[in-house]
Design a binder for this molecule. Structure first.
Ligand code: TRP
Ligand code: SF4
Length: 333
């Protein structure tokens, strides 16, 4: 039987290079494999820590999916949908909550990390505690075998598997399978301040940035701190600019830059100029497609509505089995 892959992204709006070359590139690579593929916008998850900004979620959803499509994710080869349009996720979330020990949730590493980052006031809601249960429901409702995610999500996958074993044990049914993370190698991408590229650090280069904005950002980007003067040699591998050359520049130029940086025969200004040219050139068709899609938001919505119907059909089959497993096959229908 064909295996299933599934992944989700919170609706953060416009995507940056880290999102595109970290997650999305892998999703697109999976189009070559023989899988059922589901990708969705985790808009309910966005509410767990962002209820204040709930009104922005629909716009952020569309803008994010525009970037998925512009970058090349196929709406034919993949089922693209929105979590909140597939209500079955909520029912499974509710049922799973009944068997989830609160202690397990408190022990999920991101729980404490997020409380430390966002503060107690923003993380005292029940839905935030239950985040991993909703994520588990998202995955197992499609009986997904593989979940392409970043390292930061591996603990959530482990939680999901534990919950699957727990459910199967309690109900003596084998409705769910244990999903595995699909950890593909991702390039390291730094933001303009030398930290990890992230929307929340305000250091990112976006697909939605114009060529001029992109050039400006690269101009002020941190480089290898060893190169205080142009005559100081540097280590390209430790420079965020070079990390981008590795994505956008031909191999020959990469090799030249690496050597010239080590010998201090190239200046950072020139190095950045070359990167800017190559980056803007690579993204040009993607940015053009993005412009086209911005004027076709109704079509994008249609893709998501249709995808959500398809997902809902799959999800409701599993839910039938879940209800049987819990209430017996004699239940009221
Ligand atoms: N937690 C994921 C993130 O923040 C988003 C997500 C929600 C997800 N449900 C999922 C990812 C199910 C994979 C599978 O990035
Ligand atoms: Fe980075 Fe290029 Fe400067 Fe080397 S020359 S430090 S790779 S920007």
């Amino acid at each position: 039987m064909k295996k299933t892959v599934l992944s989700g992204m919170r609706p953060t709006g416009n995507l940056h290079l880290g999102n595109l070359y970290g997650a999305l590139k892998n999703w697109i690579a999976l189009e070559k494999e023989n899988y059922n593929r589901f990708y969705f916008v985790a808009d309910w998850h966005a509410l767990t820590t962002g209820f204040d900004n709930s009104k922005e979620i629909p716009e952020n959803t569309i803008n994010m999916v525009i970037d998925w499509l512009a970058f090349g994710l196929s709406p034919e080869k993949n089922t693209l949908f929105v979590q909140s349009l597939v209500k079955e996720h909520a029912e499974l979330f509710l049922l799973l909550s009944m068997i989830t020990p609160v202690g397990w949730l408190e022990r999920v590493p991101s729980y404490k990390d997020q409380i430390a980052q966002l503060g107690k006031a923003k993380t005292s809601n029940y839905g935030f505690l239950g985040y991993p249960v909703l994520m588990a429901a998202d995955i197992i409702i499609y009986k997904a075998h593989y979940v392409p995610v970043g390292l930061d999500q591996v603990a959530h996958l482990e939680f999901t598997r534990e919950l699957v074993r727990h459910f199967n044990n309690i109900t003596k049914a084998r409705v769910f399978i244990e999903p595995q993370p699909l950890l593909t190698e991702v390039p390291k991408i730094l933001g303009i301040d030398g930290r990890k590229m992230s929307k929340s650090y305000d250091n990112a280069i976006y697909l939605s940035d114009s060529e001029e904005e992109t050039a400006k950002k690269i101009k002020i980007m941190f480089t290898d701190p060893r190169r205080k003067r142009k005559t100081d040699p540097g280590v390209a591998e430790e420079c965020g600019v070079f990390m981008l050359h590795k994505i956008f520049s031909p191999k020959q130029l990469q090799d030249e830059v690496k050597e010239a940086c080590a010998k201090a025969t190239i200046g950072c200004v020139e190095c950045k100029k070359k990167l800017t040219e190559n980056l803007n050139k690579s993204l040009k068709p993607v940015r053009e497609k993005r412009e086209l899609l911005i004027n076709k938001k109704e079509d994008v919505k249609e893709i998501l509505v249709e995808g959500s119907k398809k997902a809902s059909k799959e999800a409701s089959k599993t839910l039938e089995e879940v209800r049987d497993a819990i209430f017996s096959t004699n239940r009221l229908r």
